[in-house]
Design a protein around this ligand. Structure first.
Ligand SMILES: *Cc1c(COP(=O)(O)O)cnc(C)c1O
Ligand code: SF4
Length: 367
């Protein structure tokens, strides 16, 4: 191992140990009143900002700060509830949500490199206890018994916070299920603690292909040289990378900011996959935008930049309806003769309605 990769390796545990691990560590940044609020919030929602992510903050209240520093508005929320997506309702065994026909969501830990103030699983993250192996095995048993499951999303918490050995044990168990075609890991690590992506981790992960990682960047300033290095290492290990961004008021609810983010992601070999409308999670009302804002952003992307840079804009339907994709209205009229379409510049184009194409063709071939 080169000296440089040795340093990179030691780095992440160190960065994780430093930084903000509890509210009291915020003392240098908050005034007395804000500290009081933060202490009240910590009783409900955990606080963690590792040293790497803390260093990305340039000033109080900036888009990085907002994602991780507690805000008094977290305790005021008129719409939110604890489990708006009814993930518990669709959970046949502990730590597993089976909502769609052929794939499941599986949690194997509750720890994250940072605790995002807008997290959909605010109710779950932060528990420092690691899940016992037999609990994880029960989830895997369920997957083994359900042969229709061909795709698994390992989510969290953040699985990449676990040791290489523990991750490998889970991947081995999953790979022993023959009907599981693809494995996916959802992780904020490449964005929030990229030093965790070590050569050893990549060597291990590449043994379990086809393996995908969907990461989570929300602002162009998160796309640093360190994040680029981590994503490059994962991509070099043959892992296709996607990004699931959350639309957040005051962070990225701006077409120019989103466009810059999507373009920067492609440069570090990450394909934008989803932009999520913020969920109705208790404690996150101050982050929610209108749905119109999401559509405005897609309109500003589609056609104006690489199609590769345009993710699906989705609302995860409250009550467990799953993800529903929204697209700006492109069909202006649809009649028996034609479909009238609007392009990204607002110009109208016509495409014939081919409903009766077979009839017309057979008219040419009477037999
Ligand atoms: C998002 C999600 C998935 C994966 O959905 P894709 O659209 O295939 O990425 C699976 N299960 C649940 C419960 C989910 O919320
Ligand atoms: S890293 Fe993901 S799971 Fe963890 S707090 Fe942030 S959004 Fe939630």
């Amino acid at each position: 191992m080169s000296e440089q990769s040795a340093a990179w390796k030691d780095d992440w545990r160190d960065l994780f140990r430093k930084g903000v691990k509890k509210v009291e560590d915020l003392e240098p940044f908050l005034n007395a009143e804000e500290m009081e609020e933060a202490r009240r919030i910590e009783k409900e929602f955990p606080v963690r900002i590792n040293q790497y992510y803390l260093n990305l903050i340039e000033e109080k209240g900036d888009p990085i700060w907002k994602q991780v520093v507690p805000d008094k508005l977290e305790l005021i929320d008129t719409y939110g509830c604890e489990d708006p997506l009814d993930e518990e309702g669709d959970s046949p065994v502990l730590n597993l949500t089976h909502r769609y026909p052929d794939r499941v969501l599986f949690y194997i830990n509750h720890q994250c490199p940072i605790y995002c103030r807008f997290c959909t699983r605010k109710r779950k993250v932060g528990d420092p206890h690691s899940l016992p192996k037999d609990e994880i095995l029960r989830g895997i048993e369920y997957i083994r018994e359900h042969t229709e499951i061909r795709d698994i999303v390992i989510s969290g918490g953040d699985a990449l916070m676990l040791s290489d050995n523990r991750i490998e044990w889970v991947l081995q168990q999953l790979r022993s299920v023959s009907h599981l075609e693809i494995l996916r890991i959802a992780s904020r690590i490449p964005c929030a603690l990229p030093q965790r992506v070590t050569p050893e981790l990549c060597e291990m992960l590449r043994k379990y292909h086809p393996l995908y990682i969907n990461t989570h960047f929300n602002h162009p300033r998160e796309v640093t040289p360190e994040a680029a290095k981590a994503c490059g290492m994962l991509a070099d290990a043959g892992i296709p990378l996607g990004c699931q961004t959350v639309l957040l008021k005051g962070v990225n609810d701006d077409p120019d900011v989103m466009k810059e983010l999507m373009q920067k992601l492609l440069r570090i070999r990450v394909k934008p996959y989803y932009i999520y409308q913020a969920d109705l999670v208790y404690g996150t009302e101050h982050f929610r935008t209108t749905v119109e804002k999401g559509l405005e952003i897609i309109r500003a992307l589609r056609g104006h930049t690489s199609g590769m840079a345009v993710p699906h804009y989705v609302i995860d339907a409250p009550g467990g309806g799953g993800k529903i994709a929204l697209t700006p209205e492109a069909v202006v009229d649809w009649n028996d003769d034609e479909i009238v379409l609007r392009n990204y510049e607002g110009n109208l184009y016509r495409y014939p309605n081919l409903n009766n194409a077979d009839d017309r063709l057979s008219a040419f071939n009477p037999d």
